[in-house]
Structures are given as C-alpha cells and as structure tokens.
Design a protein. Sequence first.
Lengths: 237, 185
Amino acid sequence: MTDDLDLMADEYVLGLLDELAERRFEKRLATDSALRDSLARSRERFLALDLTVPEQIGAVTLWPGIEASLTPEVAIAAEPEPPVVAPPEAEAPRRRPLRSYLPAGAAAAAGLVVGAFIASQTLQPDPVVIAVLLSDQGVPQAVVEDFGNENARVRFVADVAVPEGQVMEVWTLPSLEMGPVSLGLLEAAAPRTLDGPELPRPLAGQLYEITIEQEGGSPTGRPTGPILAKGFAALQG
Amino acid sequence: MTPTTDGADAMRSAIEACARQDQSALKHILEVEGGRLLGVAQRMLRRRDLAEEAVQDTFVQIWRKAHQFSAESGSARAWIYAILRNRCLTILRDGQRLSTMGAEDLAAIQDARQYLAASEAWRGLGGGALRDCLAQLDQPARQSILLAYVAGFTHGEIAVIQKVPLGTAKSWVRRGLAALRGCLS
C-alpha cells in the first residue's frame, strides 16, 4: 500500500499521471496526509536534478512584469481550494492560470474611459461601476456595467466563441464571505442586460468574471468551468 | 550544491513573508533562485521566451499561494520548483500554444529536449546521493526517468524515443522509481 502511494507520488512529480489520475491525486492530497508526506519525499528525491542546472542570467529583469501582476485580488476559484502541498496549477483541464499583463491601474483606467463613452451613447442611468474583462492574454473581451440595482449590462468587445452545449456565466465577488455570485447566463456574445440577484452596491476593484459552464449554468452555484475573462471594477463618476 | 540549513530556513522565511504581503521577499526569492528556475524552464521548454513566461507565472503563483505553504509541504525550494515544473508541463501540453508554432520549430524543440535535456542534467549532477543511485539503474530505466523529469516527456513519448512498446516504457519507469526509492531511503 505504501509502495503504491510512493509510486503515485513519484509519477505525479515526473508528470507521468494522465489527466484523470492527476486530478484524483490532487483531490486526495487534501485529506491524505500520508500521501502529502510521500509527495514531499518524492520532490526532495529529484530536486538535485533541478538545483544543478546552470543558472541563466537576467532573471531579475522579470521583476517588473511579476510586480505588475501582484494585484491584491482574490481569484475566484473554479474548483475547491487546492490541497496544502499541491502547487496551484491543480486545474482541470490543463489550462493556463489567469494572468494579466495589464497592470491593475491601466485596466481600471480603461474602465473609466469606456464608461464615459457608453454613458454618452445611451439614455440609461449611469452604472455604479464598469469592469473591463480581460482574457488571460490581457486582451479585453467584454465590458460589464453594474447598475447596482440588480441589473448588469454586458457587452462584448472581441469575438467570443461559446462551445456548443455550453453557456457563459457572469459572476461577481461582492466579498470573500459571500463568495462568487452569478449575475446570469449568456448564450452568445451579444449585448444583454442581466437581471441578477439583490447584492450590495458594487465597490471599486470588485472582481467580475465570465466562465464557460454547461447548459443551464453551473450546477453548484459556484464557477466550475474555465474562466473566459476577468476584470476589476472601476467606480464611475 | 546542496542547500545549507541556513539557506533552507531563509527560503522558508521568505515564503512566509510573501504570505504577509511582503513584496521584497518575493523579489529576494527571484534574486536567489530566479537564475536556476529559468535554467530548469529553459531546459524543458527550449525557448527563452517560454521559459521567462513560466518563471513569471511561477512567481505570481508563489505570491498567491504562499499562505498555503506549511512545514509538512517539504522544503521551500522543493515547493517552488514544483510550481515551476507544473507550469512548464502545462505549457508543453497546451495544444493551443504549440499549434501556433511552425512545424520546424516544433521539431527542433522536440529534438533538443530529446537529445540534450536529459544528458545535460545527468552530466550536471556531479556527485551526490541521487547521482549515485541513478548510476546504479540500468540505462533504459535511468534514461526514461531523466526524459520524464528533466525534459517533461510522457510515457507515450518516452516509448517512441526509446523505441519500445508503451507497456515496456511504463515498467522501466516503475522499476527505476522503485529502485531509486530503495536506494535513497
């Protein structure tokens, strides 16, 4: 039995488990301390292969890009909190974790500019906040105007393809305690006003996100699918 | 080149400082380990731009998940390198990413990983327990393990490289891993 655990841990460290086995392994880490110990031992066993690599120069030049990505946000998790030991890329299917090359300040500034444009074009009351949602490449995909009265309007600024049999679901994170709240579903990338639940007035920096979910939306009331785009609200006016 | 106890404690303290939102601690980790992390990523991905992306993503993840690191996670360095390694594997297996590369690029990368990465690592090991124990394995088992760990190849790719059936490659790896566990315990 121990041998099986140790072998599993070794194969995980070597990246040899298939996707399903990998997900099962990471899920099991959360509750199985013997497995966590086995994983730690396995990592230490092979670490010397990494530590003896010739050092590349210029690593410190990466700092500005890293620093720009250290926004004090809380990512809306698409699955339960990863186990203590497993690195955070415990994401299924294998997809790149979200990162934005647009510093938070620039995204917020973009939101203000977009807000002024939209307000000048419509007769609607002003939104409380506007969030420009970016793909993981930092490219704007959609704009969410939250009117703070249960209505939110979503427009798309890029070609977004939703796989057949799936829908987009729009989320916001009013607070850590509340967790992610669904504002509604979108079948296609067309402008739409969503009639969402009653929520506290949106705040500057509030997180908005669109995920791809199964038809009918997330069955759990929390995001379960991949993140299409996310962004932080800019206060209007 | 084994970490001293002081070095290990310093790295652990740096991660704990990151958990307290101390950005200078994260920068310190980049200064101490960044060069090696880039080296590991470059060895697996064979492209400087991809390696830099992997390292950048790794440091953002270190920052976000620093509060999850604890004593039972093993050493701080092992935790950090695990994040990097997983980022590299994800990039390697991201079909969308690789599909944007030309056929010549892909072939060149595949060749370099296949022929250079594993042998570079093996030569670079110098002395130490892992080196001694790897040396005791038969060549197919050792090569398979190095191809997986250092270059990020899958069982299927290892089977093709070694020109054996998939089942044989898998059993070489398992045999080698079991022998290493015994030798290093």
